[in-house]
Write a protein that binds this ligand. Structure first.
Ligand SMILES: [Zn+2]
Length: 178
């Protein structure tokens, strides 16, 4: 892996809570950013990572994630636009979700069980990625990040508070352990 592992941005950092800027240049710097994002995602043992999770304000995410049949899918999506099934065809999958930027806790989030994103690869060629199972969840979670939304923003106020409390307690314990 060519990329460099960069620190993961944590919840509360402004870049995670605002919409990212569209990518305009498909240049070497963008390819390098994608490499760094893969390296950072693997180091943190995640299945997806958005650029603002390493502090970069650009609309790009990477993923390496299984679908509902266990097939592995890996790639980069630049300037993604999410497409969900029509309401009439929509089935919700109410499964546990977590986030590298809120390390520790998990919470149930109901999301459509299939999703597609339209966008570009790092070279600027148009692509569409369709996903089921965990991949469908990942595509939605990462696109949310680029809109400045963390999964806990989709929880009830009470569930959100519980997740943040668990996260803070783990942080405090880790700080104490040195
Ligand atoms: Zn996340």
């Amino acid at each position: 892996m060519a990329g460099q592992v960069r620190p993961i941005t944590l919840v509360g950092t402004p870049v995670l809570h605002q919409a990212c800027r569209p990518v305009q240049e498909f240049d070497a710097a963008l390819a390098e950013l994608a490499d760094d994002m893969f390296a950072s995602m693997y180091a943190a043992e995640g299945v997806g990572l958005a650029a603002n999770q390493i502090g970069v304000d650009l609309r790009i995410f990477v993923y390496d994630c299984p679908d509902e049949d266990g097939g592995r899918h890996k790639g980069t999506v630049v300037n993604p636009v999410l497409e969900l099934p029509d309401l009439a065809d929509r089935r919700l999958d109410d499964s546990e979700e977590g986030c590298l930027s809120v390390p520790g806790p998990h919470a149930r989030v109901a999301r459509p069980d299939r999703a597609a994103v339209h966008g570009f690869d790092v070279k600027g060629d148009p692509i569409t990625v369709e996903g089921t199972g965990l991949l469908a969840r990942c595509l939605q979670h990462e696109t949310d990040h680029l809109e400045g939304k963390v999964y806990i923003d989709r929880l009830s106020a009470r569930a959100r508070k519980k997740v943040l409390k668990e996260y803070e307690e783990l942080r405090a314990a880790a700080a104490e352990a040195g």
